[in-house]
Design a protein around this ligand. Structure first.
Ligand code: T4K
Length: 398
């Protein structure tokens, strides 16, 4: 408990947490089940190349996404690249700048140009009207991103794509188990991509998946992710190695087993944050429609410095000093503010820039307890209650 500014670790006081409380820690799984699966795979002596655990994982992911086809991959970045090849994209791809660099890098790596488009601040995802205005003869696709598990305006984006005769794909790295208007994320656009990185709601150590209802596209992705074996038509890329291993699938399946518990835990963390910090002037949260399903993996808080007297950056610094490792969330800084895109010419995206300057991702996930969250909230309450004083003392502290 902090009573005055001297108690803050930022100014030499004792840290609130002895060991770092990380944001995006891997969610808890049943280790015995994981080890059983790993032992089974070792006994089975089939460790990669479409083994039985990968096939089971693909079936389970397709079911969660409500689609007919799933191709599991080594990560989501490669899954995005596979889609670029499978769909024969060229030239420009329109996407938000407010996303993790992987979305843009996947396209850039293959020599295409990501064209960054501003968001609708209400959704924090692509603004379909701005997307329509950004289309040029060189545009070959739209990549929407369901950032922080908040679904894009899928119908509007699909309409813009159809009107222009190009496909739309969705980077759903954050959005497994989420719905929009009761429809599951996974079945929108030509295909969607999930990530099963360790920090995601469902982890496979590293992993990704392309999900789609288009059998031909699924076949092409499946062939491309295994050196092009079985390709029915010529694809410039030939093929790559984007396969998921049996070990990753063992972890992914065990993590999917835990998914309902993880979501329940995440929901309770999210409700607790809202109850503890929601009433504080100057702090607000991205909320989720209670009629929809969500995985609640990301708890994103906005800091309005004009009200709190403490900036987002200083609040992060203060929390980090206490070992309560909150982060600037995925998408902050935005892609157009990062190399190699920044040097390619100035782009001004006012809504994106305003949002990245004020958001914080708070520690959540099933490895974070309610008691830890209460302590994080107590720190934030103290920091905001003394916002101006903390700011002025920080200026005087070398
Ligand atoms: N599209 C979007 C919208 C994405 O967010 C991502 C990835 C992708 C596509 C591509 O997906 P993958 O190709 O990765 O499947 C991490 C992840 O590597 C990346 O998967 C994720 N998004 C991105 C947002 O975060 P870093 O470099 O920011 O992670 P790092 O090491 O700084 O860790 C972040 C936090 O997680 C820290 O608080 C520490 C904690 N952590 C991390 C790991 C790996 C743990 O507590 N345990 C761990 O094992 O990229």
């Amino acid at each position: 408990v902090k009573h005055d500014l001297d108690d803050l670790a930022l100014f030499g006081g004792r840290k609130a947490f002895l060991t770092p409380l990380h944001t995006n820690r891997p969610n808890l799984i049943d280790r015995a089940r994981l080890f059983d699966r790993l032992n089974w795979a070792l006994d089975n002596q089939w460790l990669s190349n479409g083994g039985p655990l990968v096939l089971e994982f693909e079936d389970r992911v397709a079911e969660i996404a409500g689609v007919s086809h799933c191709v599991a991959t080594c990560n989501a970045t490669v899954a995005l690249q596979l889609l670029v090849h499978a769909a024969g994209l060229t030239g420009e791809v329109i996407m938000p700048s407010l996303t993790f660099a992987a979305t843009a890098h996947a396209v850039r790596w293959l020599g295409l140009e990501p064209v960054f488009c501003d968001i609708d601040p209400a959704t924090s995802c692509l603004d379909p009207k701005l997307v329509a205005a950004a289309i040029t003869p060189r545009t070959s696709a739209i990549f929407g991103v369901h950032l922080w598990g908040r679904p894009c305006a899928v119908d509007e984006l699909e309409k813009v794509a159809a009107d222009n005769g190009i496909p739309v794909f969705f980077d759903a790295a954050h959005a497994i188990g989420c719905t929009t208007e009761g429809r599951l994320i996974g079945g929108f656009g030509a295909a969607e991509v999930f990530s099963f990185h360790a920090t995601k709601v469902t982890g496979a150590f590293e992993g990704g998946a392309v999900v789609t209802n288009d059998p031909e596209l699924a076949d092409r992705v499946r062939a491309l992710h295994n050196f092009g074996k079985g390709l029915k038509t010529v694809v410039d890329a030939g093929g790559t190695n984007g396969k998921m291993s049996e070990a990753a699938a063992a972890m992914g399946l065990t993590s999917l087993d835990a998914f309902p518990d993880t979501v329940r835990h995440n929901r309770s963390n999210y409700d607790l944050y809202l109850a503890e910090l929601g009433p504080i002037d100057g702090l607000s949260f991205f909320t989720h429609d209670t009629e929809e399903s969500n995985n609640f993996q990301y708890v994103i808080m906005n800091v309005d410095e004009r009200v709190t007297g403490i900036s987002r950056d200083l609040l992060l610094e203060l929390l980090k000093a206490e070992n309560a490792i909150a982060l600037t969330p995925i998408g902050s800084p935005a892609c157009h503010q990062l190399e190699p895109y920044r040097s390619r010419g100035p782009v001004h995206l006012p809504h994106t820039e305003a949002m990245v300057a004020r958001v914080i991702a708070l520690p959540s996930g099933s490895s974070v307890s309610r008691e830890e969250i209460r302590r994080v909230c107590a720190l934030i309450r103290f920091a905001v209650a003394h916002g101006a004083a903390v700011t002025s003392r920080r200026k005087d502290t070398p």
